[in-house]
Design a protein. Structure first.
Lengths: 418, 284
């Protein structure tokens, strides 16, 4: 069921825009008044509880900061942004329920957020019925842009965070130059964990055919003790460990891996989500030097005025450095602002057209939203953990940034062989 | 392979501590304490506070579970004893309410984000044979789990209070008729059960990330253990935990796809063949 109010409002809006468009004098040059006469409502869902709840907190902070900044500068075309947050709980049924609630009961104009790949796919599937633009800020499965958008043409779906190409392909570009031939993984036992390990194997094999993959152990969601997984994988004598555990689970795993002397017995440890702020802060002094870590944005990259500004206002507002869900949520709202102002409307179809090919200069650097698969393309570094006394948490050194065309899969997306 | 088993056993010890309290409380009070996982969580948080204040893991290990005892006392004295006569679903509802209340309280006080205190340096070493590693912390957990088991056995089998507890568990009415002050006994048994869960939580504090809701994961497994071993049987809880730990550790190696299901399959099998559990007492 779609709410009747949106249809009449849109019709009204379109006709009134046509009439008023030329005659209305914009109060601010940057934000033309769209005369929406109501706030623009953005429904945000993210994980706000449990061992991974830290991510949601950072997402909420990023989105809230963007809202405050945009509203202080006159809103979007004269309309303020209104946010509503719900806990996604990383459960498909909860995620779908949230999306329906936002659109059908709360009257959301846009949806952003979603941490779980499975939830992103499920909510993506119902977007044609809800007919709102969904901007995913964290869920990373390549099936979201490759299958839902490119192959199934679900045009309402967009994503502003780098997908598993970062975890599965950029990681392979780092790994090919490491003195490691035998790799093993300890990763989450769901879509994200499996798909990133599959990509890593397929691409690393291409880049460096002599590598071997000696073992894998997948841990269910909610694992607090990785001891059996670590013990199992280490018995296979890997030289390098690749892991996409994240949040509190990554923290627990690294601490337990230290007890098992994994960092002494292997030459490389790669943690796809290891540069997320909650992991840096959660492990603190316990984070072993030299671990290769990445994320969907790293606060220290790039060294640009936009990033500096973002870091400063974030620290001022929240008294912490931003994590990547903060940046992606912040960017999602700015993308909405830019697209709505370009489309001069909140009509879903017009905003989709405005978002396709949109160029953004976000804190993470210059970025373009690909028309074919609605995926934001920008570069995120991999780097090695080091303890710098200048910062209250571990940071990255030896940053490796690859040109995006080296690791973003392109249409028509051939199957990953692995 | 041997080490894999020992690692599984050490993971089983947390489960044993929680399941022991759960089983003890059920055996004597006939109440299935749904909130037992929350007491485990509180043990971790209280130990974390004690660690933050004192800077010592050992102080945290002592104080954390003791503070959980206080909570356990308040739960029994203030609430549970009022529903002993009520039908079982009401008792379950009450303890389930505690799960929600404790989770939200922890969230309010400590925030929804996990905490990760450092591992004590004294326990950060490892025993190594070739490339096989068994961390000192895991040996320590095995020792604590074993000692607690031994202590509980001695307490129940060799002391007067233990005799009274066993007598009450076997036949509450007869024990009361013979002069046992069951209300006071119930309180102390509940406090002891709370201490066991709190100890499990405190032990998990330095090596696992602690977070609101962490009790909900362990309570499910503890239920499986208790059902496997037989409701009310401590020996059953111990062997049930050991079985689950080994199934997990070796299941991961030999049949990773089915590892998740193994514990539940074992439980289902036991329920079909011996519905009263491996060491439970068949109801007449």
């Amino acid at each position: 069921m779609s709410p009747p109010r949106s249809i009449s409002r849109r019709r009204l809006l379109q006709s009134s825009l046509a009439l008023a468009g030329a005659s209305a004098l914009p109060l601010r040059a940057a934000t033309p008044d769209l005369k929406l006469k109501k706030p623009i409502r953005v429904g945000c869902q993210t994980i706000l509880s449990g061992p991974l709840g830290g991510y949601g907190e950072f997402m909420r902070k990023g989105a809230t900061l963007a809202m405050e900044e945009i509203n202080a500068a006159g809103g979007i075309g004269g309309s303020p942004i209104e946010l509503n947050f719900r806990d996604e709980e990383l459960k498909v049924d909860v995620g779908v329920k949230n999306a329906r609630y936002f659109v059908q009961d709360w009257g959301a104009d846009f949806l952003i957020g979603i941490d779980s790949s499975a939830v992103a796919l499920a909510v993506g599937e119902i977007m044609p019925t809800l007919n709102r633009v969904l901007i995913v800020t964290h869920g990373a499965t390549e099936k979201f842009n490759e299958d839902l958008v490119f192959k199934k043409h679900i045009r309402q779906c967009f994503r502003v965070c780098v997908p598993v190409y970062q975890d599965g392909i950029a990681s392979a570009l780092v790994a090919k130059d490491l003195p490691v031939k035998k790799w093993a993984t300890i990763s989450p036992d769901y879509e994200y964990g499996h798909t990133s390990w599959k990509m890593f194997r397929a691409y690393l094999k291409q880049f460096k055919p002599e590598v071997e993959f000696v073992g894998e152990s997948f841990a269910k969601f909610g694992t607090v003790d990785f001891s059996s997984h670590i013990s199992k994988v280490m018995a296979l004598n890997p030289e390098g460990i690749f892991s996409t555990e994240w949040g509190g689970e990554a923290v627990a795993m690294v601490k337990q891996a230290k007890l098992f002397k994994v960092f002494e017995q292997t030459k490389a440890f790669m943690l796809g989500m290891g540069s997320a702020m909650d992991v840096l802060q959660g492990l603190g002094p316990d984070y072993p030097d030299g671990v290769w870590a990445s994320g969907r944005y790293y606060f220290g990259y790039p060294d640009s005025p936009a990033n500096k500004r973002f870091n400063e206002s974030f620290k001022k507002r929240w008294d912490t450095y931003p994590s990547y869900p903060s940046e992606t949520a912040y960017t999602a709202l700015h993308a909405i602002k830019k697209a709505v102002e370009k489309a001069k409307s909140v009509d879903t179809e017009k905003v989709i057209e405005a978002l396709e090919g949109l160029e953004l200069s976000r804190p993470a650097g210059p970025c373009v939203i690909r028309k074919e698969d609605h995926q934001a393309v920008y570069a995120v570094p991999w780097g090695q953990i080091k303890h710098d006394p200048k910062y209250p948490m571990p940071t990255l050194t030896n940053l490796k940034v690859f040109p995006t065309d080296q690791y973003y899969r392109k249409p028509p997306f051939p199957p990953v062989e692995g | 392979m041997l080490f894999q088993g020992l690692v599984g056993l050490s993971e089983a010890m947390y489960l044993w501590l929680v399941a022991a309290g759960l089983s003890l409380i059920f055996g004597v009070l006939r109440v299935l304490n749904f909130a037992h996982g929350s007491l485990y969580m509180l043990g971790a948080y209280f130990a974390w506070i004690a660690f933050r204040i004192s800077g010592s893991f050992w102080v945290a290990l002592l104080l954390g579970p003791l503070l959980v005892c206080a909570v356990g006392w308040a739960m029994e004295f203030g609430f549970l004893r009022r529903v002993y006569g009520a039908p079982e679903p009401f008792q379950l509802l009450l303890t389930f309410a505690f799960v929600l209340i404790f989770d939200d309280l922890v969230k309010l006080v400590f925030g929804p984000v996990y905490q990760s205190p450092p591992t004590p340096a004294a326990l950060s070493g490892a025993v190594m044979i070739g490339r096989s590693v068994l961390p000192t912390y895991h040996l320590f957990i095995l020792a604590v789990g074993g000692l607690v088991g031994l202590g509980l056995w001695l307490f129940l089998e060799k002391t007067g209070v233990g005799l009274i507890i066993r007598a009450t568990a076997a036949d509450r009415e007869m024990a009361c008729a013979l002069g046992v002050r069951s209300s006071r006994l119930f309180t102390w048994v509940f406090v002891l059960g709370a201490w066991l869960a709190g100890l499990g939580g405190a032990l998990s504090m330095p090596v696992r990330a602690i977070s609101p809701g962490m009790g909900e994961f362990i309570i499910i497994e503890a239920f499986v253990v208790v059902v496997l071993g037989g409701l009310g049987s401590l020996r059953g809880a111990f062997l049930g935990a050991v079985l689950i730990g080994l199934l997990h550790a070796y299941g991961l190696v030999f049949m990773p796809v089915f590892e998740l299901a193994l514990g539940y399959v074992a439980m289902a099998a036991v329920l079909i063949v011996r519905p009263w559990g491996l060491f439970g007492v068949r109801e007449a």
